[in-house]
Design a protein around this ligand. Structure first.
Ligand code: 9D3
Length: 243
């Protein structure tokens, strides 16, 4: 589950440049029986199996360094976000403990500095969530992205959704690229992009706008957007229908 994502594109190059070292371990390596059993029946009965505590404890004992942070991936954890990725990017050593659908012995939690979830949906185990954390975090390590400030220009860093993007051709199946982008007027282009980002964020993620840092110009653009939409609403009664 890890080899593919870790051997592609940005994560691959970050490792090649020695900006990060990522090691994958098999819990079965910390078992002592011939069949390398990592789970057992639940105390109290019931269906399914539970991941045993010993392999987790022995793995963390073996892998822990002075400044390790141990993260437990679980649906019950704190929801992962950009702020958390920023904090993780500053840590010296992270250990990701992945459970599975069957669940793990409650004592495993005592190993964790934090418990993290990637959102309110069920995936089959902690492996894909761990990869999400790794990908989001490694991008923020200085030198990983070619262009030094491309991480800073990402949405969520700036607190707004991205503006629309276009490439050639200028007209495709009668769908036109907005005129301003063809104009070469960079001041107008910057203004258009910012306004579109604000517009999208207002329509799709108003919760983000509440926390975004907005300049005086942004506030001006936002009131232009709001005024225009109020006009369209009274014209048709359907101002919110597009986008
Ligand atoms: C909440 C569902 N649980 C109720 C019976 C069972 C369960 C389902 C799937 C318990 C663990 C899992 C495996 N998922 C993870 O380990 C997991 C996860 C997730 O499913 N969603 C979002 N974030 C994460 S982080 C780890």
């Amino acid at each position: 589950m890890f080899a593919g994502p870790l051997d592609q594109s940005i994560l691959r190059r970050a490792q090649e440049k020695h900006l990060v070292e990522i090691r994958v371990h098999d819990l079965r390596d910390w078992t002592h029986d011939r069949h390398r059993v990592v789970d057992d029946v639940p105390y109290g009965g019931g269906a399914g199996m539970v991941l045993k505590p010993e392999p987790f404890f022995e793995a963390v004992d073996a892998l822990r360094q002075d400044e390790s942070q141990v993260l437990l991936l679980t649906p019950q954890g704190e929801r992962f976000n950009h702020a958390m990725a920023c904090r993780l990017a500053e840590m010296r050593h992270l250990i990701f403990l992945c459970g599975r659908y069957e669940g793990f012995d409650e004592r495993v939690r005592t190993l964790a500095d934090r418990e993290v979830s990637i959102g309110d949906y069920v995936v089959s185990g902690g492996e894909l969530p761990a990869l999400v954390l790794i990908d989001a975090t490694v991008r923020l390590i200085p030198g990983v992205l070619g262009d030094e400030d491309s991480a800073g220009q990402d949405s969520f860093a700036g607190g707004l959704l991205d503006h629309p993007q276009y490439t050639r051709p200028p007209v495709y199946r009668e769908l036109r690229v907005p005129e301003v982008l063809l104009s070469g007027d960079h001041k107008q282009i910057r203004r258009w992009r910012r306004k579109e980002a604000l517009h999208r964020t207002l329509r799709r993620r108003p919760d983000l706008l509440d926390r975004a840092i907005l300049s005086v110009e942004d506030q001006g653009l936002l009131s232009e957007i709001r005024t225009k939409e109020e006009g369209e609403m009274s014209n048709t009664g359907r101002g919110h229908e597009h986008r």
